[in-house]
Ligand binder design. Structure first.
Ligand code: ADP
Ligand code: MG
Length: 745
């Protein structure tokens, strides 16, 4: 079965070569019970390791079943070990944190068996070594003798023809030792048993052969005849469990990985603490960055849009048509829509309210959109009544109470004219938090009846309008303007006398003037026919205007007709969201409904401008440094924690697991850990968000975490875990299994 011819083993150190054993000649067969004795350091263990394929040899030839092994690769030896060898060690080499059953099971799982196939077999084997009643007990709780029985069960269950035992009784008392030897003999009748002992008396009763070693050589090799040698031996007829030997199966890998995660409580808790620490610092650090970015993106300015409330989304229809009442109904039904301001000119128009000789910038809004508390006074009930809303910390908030009951005018800043013909009466005041207000600092919001609002809207449009006049196929210069005048009938225009010089026959009467207007949101035009011309003398009579010099380049048109150009439907509206964190979802829905959108945040020019880029780069560098430091801290802590696992990994390796298996086992273990820590972190985040854990500071930070951010955090953690397991397993495999084991024990 096994034959060694002149085999030598050397150990190479940096400077010296020492001999493990030399020129060993040996032929071993099934059914033999071989006892190897000799003083310490004589090469017994080395010989066993070479026979077991755990160590290499340098000289001579070793035959397995007649096959020469000098050409064997590492893989071939792995297969050889799997098929032929079971080891029993002085130090038992068990996984202490596993139960008896799990220890025996481990070797079969590593060798590719299916979990359900092997249960019977394991129980049977435990029965043989009389450990059935301890099957669910952790190995660490067993006595030495019991541990060695587990090791024997583990050696038996693989059904290999050779059992190699290196001083299996070295750590046991005499009585227990005798029991173990007896057991070995009994359960392994038809196998080749090679047992190292320095107490030959112990095995004398059973040994069929005694080999004595000294200084790396065999000095005695004696066969002992036994009467009861009636065993029928047939080489290579071992009944094995069905096994395609795929090595450790995926499902069992996962099972073992998860088992390893939980089976040592202190290790589990320590690792969990480290992972939680990493998880939570990344989550909080990340969200702190996010909230900073958010705050910054909300501070800034825009020359055109005057309401920079982050809840505001500006919409137009894709086809640029007017937004109808039906459209508004649909818009109101969108989940996150709080309210709609139908015409943007009200928000962005420049409106001034005079209050006690000071001017206050304001935005007009419909009283139907008012849903806050009234601080003083009451809601407007009829036209020309107004409710003023200001932010608590604005300069106006202090004196605003006194304004209730006062009457004042609203001015259109674009053309410095009154925006409402009548004065308005302030009937109520609402003071709110800046955050809920959303207006640019120091700007007030006015709530009015819809009729007032329409008038304001029209006049703001007029104020903003850019007018061009086209006459006789040419566009007139800018000094020509258009004005409404009550004396002009519909469809007609009164123009300066000078217009006639622009025509061929010096007569402009009945010629057409085209008036083009362009407001913030739309363009329109109208054609009017010249019915009268005016000059300095007849101006007063025709138009009731005296200041000729001021109006000498003006085209006068009918007021109702002119107003029609500005009393338009809505082309651009603003949606105010309930929750601006849901902005992307809301925008998506608006776009699906056929709108072009602009979130006000994206129109803001950050006041810090270019310097922001540097601040951001600095911040990213800082965050990266923190992440790297965090990585190394956790790497070292995890390494220390995992060091206690070296025995486990070398044991698993001796039992036949490949390097790849071990790496994967480690990865699954860390991956499981990571997921537990991640789930706990998410639970904490949810508890904070739901205010079950009520810490405002944390809530503020966490507020801006979105689902996608959680994904990013998960990926960061995943990469970290992977790096850690790669580095750790690399270090683990620098040494051979036996060396790791020797160092640790
Ligand atoms: P035994 O098991 O009989 O006590 P060993 O087989 O352990 O003896 O050792 C045989 C010889 O090989 C000893 O001289 C020992 O010092 C040497 N040896 C064993 N292992 C190593 C090793 N890993 N590196 C160098 N020398 C070793
Ligand atoms: Mg030894």
């Amino acid at each position: 079965m096994l034959e060694l011819k002149n085999v030598s083993k050397f150990y190479y150190n940096k400077t010296t070569v020492s001999s493990g054993f030399s020129k060993i000649n040996l032929k071993l067969d099934l059914g033999e019970f071989v006892a190897i004795t000799g003083e310490s350091g004589s090469g017994k263990s080395t010989l066993l390791n070479v026979i077991s394929g755990l160590d290499s040899y340098e000289e001579g030839e070793m035959y397995i079943n007649g096959e020469e092994t000098s050409g064997y690769t590492e893989k071939d030896f792995e297969n050889y070990r799997k098929k032929y060898i079971a080891n029993i060690f002085q130090n038992f080499n068990l996984v202490n944190s596993y139960t008896v059953y799990q220890n025996v099971e481990l070797v079969l799982l590593i060798n590719g068996y299916k979990k359900h196939e092997i249960k019977e077999k394991i129980l049977e084997t435990l029965e043989k070594v009389d450990l059935l009643k301890y099957k669910n007990m952790k190995v660490s709780k067993l006595s030495g003798g019991q541990k060695q029985r587990v090791a024997i069960a583990r050696a038996l269950v693989k059904e290999t023809p050779i059992i190699v035992a290196d001083e299996p009784t070295g750590n046991l008392d005499v009585k227990t030792a005798n029991n173990i030897i007896e057991l070995l003999k009994e359960v392994a009748k038809d196998k080749l048993i090679i047992i190292v002992t320095h107490n030959y008396e112990q095995v004398e009763k059973y040994a069929t052969r005694k080999i004595t070693m000294s200084d790396g050589r065999i000095i005695e090799d004696k066969k002992i005849e036994r009467d009861n040698k009636n065993i029928q031996l047939k080489e290579n007829t071992f009944k094995m469990l069905p096994n395609e030997n795929k090595g450790l199966r995926l499902i069992n890998k996962i099972l073992l990985g998860i088992r390893n995660t939980f089976n040592i409580k202190t290790k589990f808790l320590l690792l969990l603490a480290v992972y939680l620490f990493v998880c939570i610092s990344i989550a909080f650090g990340y969200s702190a960055l996010q909230s900073l970015e958010y705050e910054e993106s909300n501070s800034g300015y825009n020359n055109f849009f005057r309401d920079l409330n982050p809840k505001r989304i500006i919409i137009k229809k894709n086809d640029l048509s007017a937004i109808t009442d039906e459209d508004y109904k649909k818009l109101e039904n969108i989940e996150n829509v709080d309210y709609i301001v139908k015409n943007d000119v009200l928000i962005d128009g420049y409106l001034i309210m005079m209050l006690d000789n000071s001017a206050m910038s304001a935005q007009a809004n419909s009283i139907t959109n008012f849903n806050e508390e009234i601080t003083f006074g009451r809601k407007p009930e009829k036209e020309n009544e107004v409710l003023i809303q200001v932010a608590k910390d604005s300069y106006m908030a202090k004196k605003i109470e006194e304004s209730v009951g006062k009457s004042t005018s609203l001015i259109n800043m674009q053309n410095s004219s009154k925006i409402l013909d009548n004065n308005v009466e302030i009937v109520g005041v609402s003071i709110v938090e800046q955050d809920d207000f959303g207006q640019s600092y120091g700007r007030a919001r006015l709530y009015l009846e819809d009729n007032n609002l329409n008038e304001i809207r029209k006049n703001l449009n007029i104020g903003y309008a850019k007018t061009t006049i086209e006459f006789y196929n040419q566009i007139l210069e800018e000094r020509y303007s258009v004005m409404p005048n009550a004396n002009v009938p519909e469809g007609e225009a009164f123009v300066p006398e000078s217009f006639k010089y622009m025509t061929k026959n010096n007569n402009c009467i009945n010629e057409i003037v085209n008036v083009n207007i362009e407001t913030l949101y739309y363009k329109d035009n109208m054609n009017v026919k010249i019915s009268k011309t005016y000059n300095e003398k007849n101006m007063k009579r025709l138009l009731n205007i005296e200041d000729y010099n001021r109006f000498s380049s003006t085209v006068f048109v009918n007021p109702q007709e002119y107003a029609k150009l500005f009393d338009k439907e809505n082309y651009q509206s603003s949606i105010y969201m309930k929750d601006d964190k849901l902005v992307s979802e809301t925008i998506e829905e608006l776009q699906n409904n056929g709108y072009t959108t602009l979130h006000i945040k994206d129109a803001i020019i950050n006041s810090m401008g270019e310097s922001m880029v540097f601040i951001n780069i600095f911040r990213i560098v800082l965050a990266s440094i923190v992440a790297i430091v965090l990585f190394f801290i956790s790497y070292f802590i995890i390494k220390i924690i995992m060091k206690s696992r070296n025995i486990y990994f070398s044991t698993v390796r001796i039992l036949g697991a490949t390097k790849k298996n071990l790496k994967e086992l480690l990865q699954i273990e860390l991956f499981t850990m990571l997921n537990i820590a991640y789930v706990i972190t998410i639970l904490i985040i949810i508890l904070i968000q739901k205010e079950i854990i009520n810490i405002q500071f944390l809530k503020n930070i966490i507020e801006y975490i979105k689902i996608t951010d959680l994904l990013v955090i998960y990926i960061i953690l995943l990469i970290m875990s992977k790096l850690i397991s790669l580095r750790y397993s690399k270090q683990l495999f620098k040494k051979s299994a036996m060396n790791t084991y020797r160092e640790e024990v």
